[in-house]
Ligand binder design. Structure first.
Ligand code: B12
Length: 251
């Protein structure tokens, strides 16, 4: 079935890599026109329309995971590519994230009742002393869009708070964010604290934030560094055993 929604068909023009064009077209070909409408309105950030269409789809009997995969996540895949390739910037991604949230508000309760296994569980937080959370929130939004359960500890997160959350939620992945050179060392301190309580083998640690790089991540003993929200999702997928290719370190 061709792409029914004209706006969505136009969105395809932002994608240049042939392999990505084929992948994204594959996400939409054969899916319902209503899913195309949901995806398009998510991409352009019309959260009220996404809210209404998601509710309509569920009322009409579409399965929650189909609406999530074929509508919301498929739309977010295009947002991710546009963001990576600088066609859109942080404000547009946040507006798309709000639309994703509007749709997920209907989907999440249904999925948690039906017991569909999440891809993995991730604890995310900005480290102690640091109040920057825009990048962390983008990562969380993309992780949720990719099917991870994410527990967001917010900002100024102390090592003990990370440890408690890992244990309480039996999380396999920890993601830490830092934007200040003065707070970056708190990532290493958190990793040391995780080692001290004997949890280091149970959890993969990924780190990110504008002042970081792979070298710093290696020095502090993290398992991975991601330079953007897409790299964050790639890393998490590798850590959850869902992808065998090494994650992209940075952009
Ligand atoms: C917005 C902002 C603020 C806002 C934060 C609002 C908020 N809710 O986040 C406010 C105004 C509160 C603020 C305060 C301060 N800020 Co400020 N801030 C910024 C600014 C302009 C943008 C940061 C941002 O959001 N970038 C956009 C996001 C999308 O990018 P990102 O965070 O890097 O995230 C991406 C990747 O890094 C990665 N990523 C992020 N986290 C993670 C985690 C994982 C696991 C992975 C894999 C990937 C990943 O993916 C994200 C998405 O692509 C930067 C300058 C800059 N251009 O970076 C200064 C900046 C970070 N701030 C700075 C400073 C100095 C401060 C203050 C100390 C200022 C002051 N004197 O009070 C305070 C500190 C407050 C505190 N204790 O944290 C300096 C830091 C300098 C340094 N070397 O340490 C900067 C660089 C500005 C500058 N050039 O001087 N700030």
């Amino acid at each position: 079935m061709p792409i029914h929604n004209e706006g969505l068909a136009k969105e395809m023009e932002y994608i240049s890599k042939p392999s990505e064009v084929a992948h994204i077209k594959g996400l939409f070909e054969g899916t319902d026109p209503l899913m195309h409408d949901i995806a398009y309105n998510l991409i352009v950030g019309k959260h009220l329309v996404v809210d209404e269409l998601t509710r309509k789809a569920l009322d009409d009997g579409y399965a929650a995971h189909d609406v999530m995969d074929d509508g919301l996540i498929a739309g977010m895949a295009i947002v991710g590519i546009k963001f990576r390739d600088n066609f859109i910037f942080v404000p547009e991604v946040l507006v798309a994230a709000r639309a994703m949230k509007a749709g997920m508000a209907y989907i999440e309760p249904i999925l948690s009742e039906s017991g569909i296994e999440p891809v993995g569980t991730v604890i995310m937080g900005t480290v102690k002393g640091d109040l920057h959370d825009i990048g962390k929130n983008l990562c969380i939004m993309m992780l949720r869009g990719a099917g991870f359960v994410v527990h967001d500890l917010g900002v100024d997160t102390k090592p003990d708070e990370f440890i408690d959350a890992i244990m309480e939620n039996e999380a396999q992945i920890l993601g830490m964010s830092a934007l200040l050179t003065t707070t970056m060392p708190n990532m290493g301190r958190t990793i040391e604290a995780i080692e001290e309580v004997g949890l280091r083998d149970a959890v993969k640690v990924m780190v990110g934030g504008a002042p970081l790089n792979q070298e710093f991540a290696d020095d502090m003993g993290a398992d991975g560094y991601g330079g953007n929200a897409i790299a964050c999702v790639d890393l998490a997928k590798v850590f959850a055993g869902k992808e065998s290719v090494p994650a992209a370190g940075s952009d």
